[in-house]
Design a protein around this ligand. Structure first.
Ligand code: HXC
Ligand code: NAP
Length: 264
């Protein structure tokens, strides 16, 4: 699919992608690099980080830290600044997920997902502020439809992603006009770890599919194009918002959809 963004649109920009060593976030980091940005990606696994950076090429660097550890993530971002320069773009996309009912979830299980997704996003954004290239920096949190629509077996992710959406709005207020802060809420994206975990069998996959107005799975590259838009000049007046890149998955009501399906 042809991209509406011209080559070199991110030339001279420095981008840091937390959780950028696989899946959707790696797709975002790769697209940033293709469009000219100098990129750093971060995850917990050093081999994965090295291989992601090598795959991106163009001098990308792979770093290792756990977003739950403020000191570690801060040190990683200081390294980005000293090696690549002040950051223009910061993406917070690290997440953990598994299907479990509340009664099948220990306090530690709930806390683990909240800690990675929500506290991790706080740590990345709180820790990056004085390392940013100001004014004009763009921060993007990767959230999910669970932030808005409750989903069984997802109490931890629903709570964490809802918190992320509000954190985005508060930071947009506190850090404007120098920094824009937005979120992207991907829908079910083909070939990802998230989909493998959340839709492990054909029946569950079908339920997710039935919610999609566009009647096809999303592609990693489509989320990446949204990220490019948000950190481009075209979005210079866009802050404090969450873009749903989900083929309409969260529009309307699941019951209504199944009624309509029954009628068609
Ligand atoms: C119940 C579970 C569980 C499960 C783990 N736990 N899996 N409880 N059901 N299936 C519990 C453990 O027993 C433990 O509690 C606690 O959670 C922490 O587990 P650890 O393995 O010690 O945690 P950790 O090593 O930090 O790993 C975090 C993780 C892991 C989230 C559990 O799966 C991970 O690292 N995931 C990262 C990759 C990932 O999830 N990608 C998908 C993101 S996609 P106790 O009490 O025993 O100590 C996404 C989907 C969006 O977010 C929406 C798509 C439509
Ligand atoms: P993924 O491939 O599992 O990517 C997760 C990334 O985060 C990896 O780079 C992982 O590397 C890193 N990570 C996980 N825990 C971390 C931690 N504690 N500290 C630092 N890094 C950590 O997931 P994905 O499916 O592409 O999802 C990416 C994002 O999109 C997530 O925010 C997810 O909630 C969101 N999303 C996905 C979908 C979907 O369809 N997949 C839908 C809606 C929203 P390590 O394992 O090496 O740490």
């Amino acid at each position: 699919m042809a991209s509406p963004f011209r080559d070199g649109i991110l030339e001279g920009k420095v981008a840091f992608v937390a959780g950028g060593t696989s899946g959707i976030n790696l797709g975002i980091a790769t697209r940033f690099a293709e469009l000219g940005a100098r990129v750093a990606v971060l995850g917990r696994n050093p081999e994965k980080a090295a291989s992601a950076a090598a795959g991106i090429g163009r001098g990308a660097i792979g770093l290792t830290a756990d977003v739950r550890d403020y000191g570690a993530i801060r040190a990683a971002m200081e390294e980005v600044r000293s090696r690549l320069g002040p950051m223009d773009i910061v993406v917070s996309g690290a997440a953990g997920n598994f299907l479990a009912p509340v009664l099948g979830m220990s306090a530690n299980a709930f806390r683990t997902v909240v800690d990675i997704d929500l506290n991790g996003t706080f740590n990345v954004f709180r820790g990056c502020h004085d390392l940013l290239n100001l004014p004009g920096a763009s921060l993007i949190a990767i959230t999910a439809g669970q932030a808005v629509n409750a989903l069984q077996l997802q109490a931890h992710a629903c709570a964490a992603k809802a918190g992320i959406n509000q954190l985005v709005r508060v930071l947009a207020l506190e850090w404007g006009p120098d920094v824009r802060v937005n979120g992207i809420s991907p829908g079910p994206i083909a070939g990802t770890e998230g989909m493998a975990r959340l839709a492990p069998d054909p029946q569950t996959r079908q339920k997710h599919f039935d919610r999609i107005a566009m009647k096809r799975w999303g592609e990693i590259g489509e989320v990446a194009e949204c990220a490019v838009f948000l950190c481009s000049d075209a979005a210079r007046y866009v802050t404090g918002t969450i873009i749903d890149c989900d083929g309409g998955s969260q529009v309307g009501d699941a019951t209504q959809r199944s009624i309509e399906k029954g009628l068609s």
